[in-house]
Design a protein around this ligand. Structure first.
Ligand SMILES: [Fe+2]
Ligand SMILES: [Fe+2]
Length: 132
């Protein structure tokens, strides 16, 4: 994982690592044109991980007084909505026939952790005992 996204909070950093791994597995499954149920299972796993992770992150932002809480929460909501859509799309047994469209829809998955850069910077500079 790119060190600039580390928050210094082990729970968050570990969750990010796992999310990145599952996101990479999802992209691989798409590229390999795996069967719909394999792709769908990974999407469901990603959704569950994110739902839990976003709840933790939002509580942390409130506790630490992160000034961009509302905007950050909106990004979370949009991501969950997109992945909800992906859950339905991947229920189609003909998945893979339109691999370009699918690849486009899934392209943001590789960047799921990127939006946390400002939060990571805030935590590292405002919560004094945290270190990268
Ligand atoms: Fe995050
Ligand atoms: Fe986030």
């Amino acid at each position: 994982m790119d060190p600039e996204y580390l928050t210094g909070i082990d729970e968050i950093d570990d969750q990010h690592k796992e999310i990145e791994e599952v996101a990479a597995a999802l992209i691989e499954a798409i590229e390999a044109k795996d069967k719909w149920h394999i792709v769908h299972y990974i999407v469901v796993r990603l959704y569950e991980l994110l739902r839990f992770h976003f709840t933790v992150e939002e509580a942390l932002m409130r506790i630490t007084g992160f000034p961009e809480l509302d905007a950050h929460k909106r990004v979370h909501q949009e991501m969950l909505q997109t992945i909800e859509r992906m859950k339905s799309v991947t229920l189609d047994p003909n998945l893979g026939n339109d691999s370009e469209i699918i690849r486009k829809q899934f392209s943001f998955v590789a960047h799921i952790v990127d939006h946390d850069k400002r939060l990571a910077d805030f935590l590292v500079s405002n919560v004094t005992h945290l270190k990268r």
